[in-house]
Structures are given as C-alpha cells and as structure tokens.
Design a protein. Structure first.
Length: 342
C-alpha cells in the first residue's frame, strides 16, 4: 500500500509499505476513505531529527472495515467506521471512566508497529474498543464532518467540557486554528452566550463567526488581554487551543478570578506562571489530551442531523500522493486543515 512517512523535519514522503494484516485477534484492517493532516503533525514537521527508519504519519482517519480478527464481535467487513486518534481496549479502568486517552493497553498510530492514518489502509488494534460504526455510506457528503470527530471536533469539545462551559457563559477561545474553531462550535453547542475568538487570520475568524463567535480579537499579548477585558470585563471560561506560553499567558490574563482555563494546545513550554499570584486568584487550570472515543457517539447525532458542521474546517483536499504538499501548505498557513483522499 501507499502511505506517508516522515523522515525528519520538512521531509515527508509517500512510499510503498507492507499491506496491513491481522496480527492480534482483536485487530481490524480498515481501508482508508479519508484522512487528514493535524496541527500537531506540524510540530515534528518543523523539528523532527533526521532518521533512516521514518515514522508513519497520521492519526485521524475514516474508512471501511476489510477484515476483522477472531475476537472482534461488534464490526464486520463493509462497515464504515471512524477512528479516534488513539486506540483503546474499551475495557480497562481508564476506559470505564471515559479516559480512553490513558487506556492501559492503548497507543498511538504510527508507533510500535501500528500503521499511520495517512495511508491506504490501517491495522487498528482493539477494534471493538476503538472504532465507531457510522450509519452512512462511504460517499456521503457528511464524510468531512464525520472525519472531524476523530480528533479536531472531539478535542474542541473536550476543551469546552473541561472548562465547564454552560448556558449563559462568556468564553474566550485562544487560537483560530481548526481546534480553536471547533472549540467555538462546542462552546456554542453547550450554550455559551458570548464567545470571543482570539485570532488574526481573517478567513479563519470569519468562519469562527459563522460557527458562533460573537467577537474577534486580533491583538496579541498584553494588548490582546486588554482588548478582551475591554469587551467583556473578563471571561468566565477560556479554551486555550494553541499550546504556546504566550497563549497561556493570554488565557490567564483574560480569565476572571475563580474562572477556568482549559488547555488543548500541546504545550511547547515546560514552565508556566503557577506561583503565588495565580494561587491567590483561585483559577482552575484543566484540560489536556482529549479522550476522543468518549465523545464521538455523543456528537455523532448532531453531525448526522446537520446541527454542527465541523467538516468546514477542511478547506482543501489533497490526493494521498500529494501529502507532502498538504504538510507544506499547512505549515505555510496557506491551508487551515488539509483533507487527504487515498
């Protein structure tokens, strides 16, 4: 099969790799219908040391089940399924608490002999605990929005849930990338009355307004904090969807005492402002990697009936053999989120 492999910073290649096969009786082989490049894929794209072995890429995909292991009971060949961005057994104590991201037997695509999602097919471990069957055909117009449930929409939702967004809240979303825009969808879905989107890319913030943002703040740093406070007097909840120290500082500067900041962006810093000043403000700092599997079935009805349309964050489609171009386009901010079609 053809699949994307990263060999170092800026070096993504599409090459022939062995076709996936059932290894464990709990596996399934899924033929990919749609995949995508994640914003988190850009971190290794910018900084990964060169390697001879390469790393299979991609953790967001949707496809058709081709084969199942002997112990898979909930899926059959021909089922259209979406894969959350990590696999999980569905039975351990963490999975029972809907914290599948911490599954004791789970893992990440592209590591430990497991295929990446940016390829023609994927061996999915723990298929019953991981994959979610979809009630549509592979050619459905809903495929982009269903694919968004694999990561970007469920991650945005995780931010809104962990921030405790409720009806009537004023919410700041820091970051106008795909996760931030999906966090806007999620905050609106949970009843936020006012949503301030911090971002400076006009096409993205325009989409954010269509998703439910009531205000846009383009300023950054102290100026951005001042502008948010001028507009709102301070916000109840913040969803930080960037991962830089500046974004965290903005979140902490804009939130009211007693408020909540949820971190969604993978942190690119090791230290934060957690000293006496923050302590005295009684701010709750929460968030983290989304247990996407816990949210897919909760959000699926709203995608199926058109209540939410997160697939709009995919603003360009690339054939699989042009996956390196998809990485370049996203890294150069020419594309918000690239959809890849094998």
């Amino acid at each position: 099969m053809r699949a994307a492999v990263m060999y170092g910073a800026g070096d993504v290649r599409v090459e022939d790799r062995p076709d996936p096969k059932i290894v464990e009786p709990t596996d399934a082989v899924v033929r990919t219908v749609a995949a995508c490049v994640c914003g988190s894929d850009l971190w290794p794209y910018r900084s990964m040391p060169a390697t001879d072995a390469g790393r299979p890429m991609g953790h967001e995909f949707l496809g058709v089940v081709e084969e199942t292991g002997a112990e898979v009971t909930g899926l059959t060949a021909g089922d259209l399924v979406v894969a959350p961005f990590t696999y999980s057994d569905g039975t351990c104590d963490y999975c029972a608490k809907d914290l599948q991201i911490s599954c004791r037997h789970g893992g990440r695509y592209g590591f430990d002999g497991v295929d990446g999602g940016q390829g023609e097919a994927v061996r999915v471990p723990w298929a019953d605990g991981t994959l979610v069957k979809l009630p549509v055909a592979a050619d459905s117009a809903l495929v982009p929005s269903l694919l968004a449930l694999s990561d970007v929409m469920t991650t945005g939702h995780h931010g809104a849930v962990t921030a405790g967004v409720r009806r009537g809240d004023t919410v700041l979303v820091v970051g106008d990338g795909a996760v931030g825009l999906c966090a806007v969808i999620a905050a609106r879905r949970l009843g936020a009355e006012r949503i301030v989107l911090a971002g400076r890319h006009e096409e993205r913030t325009a989409l954010g307004r269509e998703f439910g943002a009531t205000d846009v703040v383009a300023e950054r740093g102290e100026e951005g904090v001042a502008r948010v406070r001028e507009l709102t007097g301070g916000v109840d909840k913040v969803i930080e969807a960037v991962g830089t120290r500046q974004a965290l500082d903005t979140a902490l500067g804009a939130v009211l005492d007693g408020g909540t900041v949820s971190r969604l962006g993978v942190p690119q810093y090791e230290e934060g402002p957690l000293g006496r000043a923050g302590f005295m403000r009684n701010i709750t700092l929460t968030g983290g990697a989304s247990p996407a599997r816990a949210y897919i079935e909760r959000l699926l009805p709203d995608v199926l009936d058109g209540t939410i349309d997160p697939g709009r964050v995919f603003d360009r489609t690339f054939p699989l053999d042009r996956t390196p171009d998809a990485y370049r386009a996203m890294a150069d901010r020419q594309v918000l989120k690239a959809l890849v079609r094998p």
